[in-house]
Ligand binder design. Structure first.
Ligand code: ZN
Ligand code: ZN
Length: 351
């Protein structure tokens, strides 16, 4: 098989040819149809996360070994299954749940593989979808996407799932409440797409790119704020008659956005931090106590949440976010575009 691999952090990806793996036991081999290019691929490629105050968290210290085939938003077609596999068969088109765990711990045994302390996530710790083939450790990680196009379905495995799981952590929200989405990139657009299934609350979308806000406007009837042109805190306070937002999901989550989010949170409010853009949030401890605030993180989502999300997408016939497909050769260039914030929706590669 031919894979495009990360061999040194921060350097161009390299083509590597290797023997196509033969699935054993519960393993399943799929031919890759489509693979989304995610913002976290950029962090893996760079080799670190910015923590604020010039501190960095290094990917290598988190157990990521090179060479690595990145790509964790993968749709593939089953070509071969190990002798222990019961359901998956040749020709099945499947979305892969990439947040694979050790398979043995209390998290893995309770639908929380994504919280496993010995993760084996595909495209992060194990080889992923920047390749023509991908080996999946168990058929349970394969999700039926019948009726969906591979290029539209692949990003539900990370962007869609992350958005959906973050939103669920803020529910329920009533019609007379306000929620704020910070960031109208891939994650933000995914959240907007699925949001109306979960709540009829008023929704405010904040970004600093008019193109992205325009894409948001095509998905639903949301109030948009360009934070380059106006103070998002003042504007949200004005829109909520001085009360603030009941729930905020921050898909950017840098110092500026998290500080703004904290300032526009109302009493009993929930703030969900998702983005990995780096930085630190400083807040007054008594405010958190007195306002009974919840500040929490959210990382990807569970396998059952991914199945729920795909059911919603199919039943409600949700529109796909804008997707552009490229050949896998373009991966380096696409990562550079992701870094510059030039992708609206999702870039998807095909082998
Ligand atoms: Zn585990
Ligand atoms: Zn991702």
């Amino acid at each position: 098989m031919k894979s495009l691999q990360l061999t040194n952090f921060g350097e161009p990806l390299q083509w590597a040819e290797s023997e196509t793996p033969v699935p054993r036991g519960n393993e399943v081999l799929l031919k890759v149809n489509a693979c989304g290019v995610c913002h976290s691929d950029l962090h893996i490629w760079e080799g670190y996360y910015e923590l604020g105050n010039d501190e960095r968290m290094y990917i290598a210290d988190r157990g990521v070994n090179l060479p690595l085939t990145m790509g964790h938003e993968v749709v593939g077609t089953v070509v071969q299954a190990g002798e222990g596999v019961k359901g998956a068969k040749e020709g099945d088109l499947r979305l892969i749940y990439p947040w694979v765990g050790c398979g043995e711990c209390k998290y893995c045994n309770s639908d929380r593989m994504h919280m496993c302390l010995s993760p084996g996530s595909l495209g992060v710790f194990k080889d992923g979808g920047y390749s023509d083939y991908i080996l999946v450790p168990h058929e349970q990680y394969l999700v039926d996407i019948d009726g969906l196009k591979p290029e539209n379905a692949c990003s539900y495995a990370c962007a869609g799932l992350t958005a959906y799981s973050a939103l669920k952590k803020m529910m329920p929200l009533e019609e007379d409440e306000s929620m704020v989405i910070i960031g109208a990139g891939g994650l933000g657009l995914m959240a907007m797409q699925v949001l109306r299934v979960l709540t009829s609350a008023r929704v405010v979308v904040i970004d600093l790119d008019d193109n992205k806000l325009a894409a948001a406007g095509k998905i639903g009837n949301f109030t948009t704020i360009n934070s380059k042109n106006e103070d998002p805190v003042d504007r949200v306070m004005e829109l909520t008659n001085g009360k603030g937002a009941s729930a905020i999901v921050d898909f950017v989550n840098n110092e500026a956005t998290s500080t703004a989010a904290f300032s526009m949170l109302q009493k009993n409010g929930v703030m969900v931090m998702v983005g990995l853009f780096g930085g630190k949030l400083t807040f007054s401890n008594p405010v958190v106590a007195l306002k009974n605030l919840t500040i929490r993180g959210s990382y990807t989502g569970s396998l059952s949440e991914l199945r729920e999300l795909i059911d919603i997408v199919r039943e409600k016939k949700l529109k796909s976010i804008p997707v552009k497909t490229y050949k896998l050769d373009a991966a380096d260039e696409l990562l550079a575009k992701v870094k510059r914030g030039e992708i609206t929706g999702r870039a998807v590669v095909t082998p």
